[in-house]
Design a protein around this ligand. Structure first.
Ligand code: FAD
Length: 384
């Protein structure tokens, strides 16, 4: 019997699928070729209730939770991984974090505009000198009476060129604090937009802060809470962003099945050759294993039972698998896969970001292993 929750997720999937196949799929090559961010389409996600999907209705959201956010991320990722990345950065990294950590003033002032798409958000952690070692950041803020003065710069920031609101992490003395910064604040300027090998269309850029005066009520949480806010958001972030790559892998596998059944060589469809069968079976197995791992992790974050091992493991495996599946898809498509028209080489270029953005494969491996050792030492058993 289908539960009410499953019924609601099914309806969300149908709605986002219809939107994505009709409006995003047909322009996805242009998004990639021209490095074009379809702003109006992005704002439309707001009118569909997807931008504030984890935020209660009283702040302008639709209160549907992480499972629904994952469904939207996957379906958008199927048609355009880059659009889905911009969606994830806005709706999870910024909107969800502001809801979870913001004061009533911050929630009421900014969430309605972020949920409707009137404002675009960016999460600003990475700096020129600090990526994996994020806490080595140089950006800092110092208190002067009832306000803070923010100085520094951030780089490789998703949505930065379009961002109206930025969630900025800065040092405040010995600790870290998260601030809500507006692009209209005096002293904020945007640097260059990067031209990337993949995820083109998801705008990535630099942001500078030159003596930006911020009222004290723009602190997210409390002064000094920044590290906890970063860490508390990471589990959900990893799991939600994994679904971009679940969607991408599904697209690559479906395209490979279609092509290998149609394409005939040596008088047979290529799907009948053992070496192609091996590819298809490996692709399918890794795709299903990624999905199951991510869905397990999703239930855990939904129920607030998440551990850092499973969240890091789910994105680690899903990102590696998506790259593997996209590479095999390209091989199955032969020469046609190598030319742009088939849209397969784009999947591979986009998939590679999965092993770099939101933490690298190496850092995820370290997280899985070090936390597993700690867990095992304490419990003498594996996590469930
Ligand atoms: C398209 C894109 C979008 C992004 N969006 C955002 C965003 O919205 N907000 C944001 O704040 N950041 C964003 N980033 C930045 C991203 O989070 C960082 O690129 C990532 O965390 C890695 O940091 P780094 O690039 O400085 O690499 P580095 O940390 O310099 O790493 C370089 C290499 O060294 C390895 N390495 C580093 N430390 C270790 C270690 N201890 N053990 C083993 N190997 C190690 C890494 O795995 C990597 O292979 C984005 C990046 C890209 C490419």
């Amino acid at each position: 019997m289908i539960t009410e929750r499953e019924e609601s997720l099914k309806m969300i999937r149908e709605t986002v699928r219809e939107f994505s196949r009709k409006e995003l799929g047909p322009i996805s090559s242009r998004v990639d070729e021209d490095d074009y961010f379809p702003l109006e389409l992005f704002r439309k996600l707001g009118s569909l209730g997807f931008l504030g999907i984890t935020v209660p209705e009283k702040y302008g959201g639709s209160g549907l939770g992480y499972e629904a956010q994952a469904v939207v991320t996957e379906e958008l990722g199927y048609d355009s991984a880059s659009f889905s990345l911009s969606y994830g950065a806005h709706s999870n990294l910024v909107v969800d974090s502001i809801y979870r950590n913001g004061s009533e003033y911050i929630r009421k002032t900014f969430l309605p505009k972020l949920c409707s798409g009137e404002m675009i958000g960016s999460l600003c952690l990475t700096e020129p000198g600090s990526g994996s070692d994020a806490l080595a950041m140089k950006t800092h803020a110092r208190r002067e009476g009832d306000h803070f003065i923010l100085d520094g710069s951030k780089t490789l920031i998703t949505n930065a060129p379009y961002a109206d609101l930025m969630l900025v992490y800065a040092r405040t003395g010995e600790s870290y604090t998260a601030f809500v910064v507006l692009s209209s604040d005096k002293g904020v300027s945007k640097g260059k937009k990067f031209s990337k090998m993949g995820m083109r269309g998801s705008p990535t850029g630099e942001i500078y802060f030159d003596r930006v005066e911020l009222p004290a009520d723009r602190v997210l949480g409390k002064e000094g809470d920044g590290k906890e806010i970063i860490l508390s958001g990471l589990n959900a972030e990893r799991v939600i962003l994994s679904f971009i790559f679940v969607g991408l892998a599904r697209k690559a596998l479906e395209a490979s099945l279609r092509y290998s059944m149609e394409r005939r060589q040596f008088g047979r469809s290529i799907a009948e050759f053992e070496m192609i069968e091996e590819k298809l079976s490996n692709m399918y197995t890794r795709y299903q294993a990624s999905r199951l791992l991510c869905e397990k992790a999703l239930v855990e974050i939904q129920n607030d039972r998440m551990n850092a091992i499973d969240s890091a493991a789910s994105i680690l495996y899903t990102a590696e698998s998506a790259e593997y599946i996209a590479r095999e898809a390209l091989q199955i498509h032969g020469g046609y896969g190598y030319v742009k028209d088939a849209g397969i080489e784009r999947l591979l270029r986009d998939a590679i970001l999965g092993q770099i953005g939101a933490g690298t494969t190496e850092i995820r491996k370290h997280l899985v292993a070090s936390n597993l050792v700690k867990y095992f030492r304490k419990n003498k058993s594996l996590p469930k």
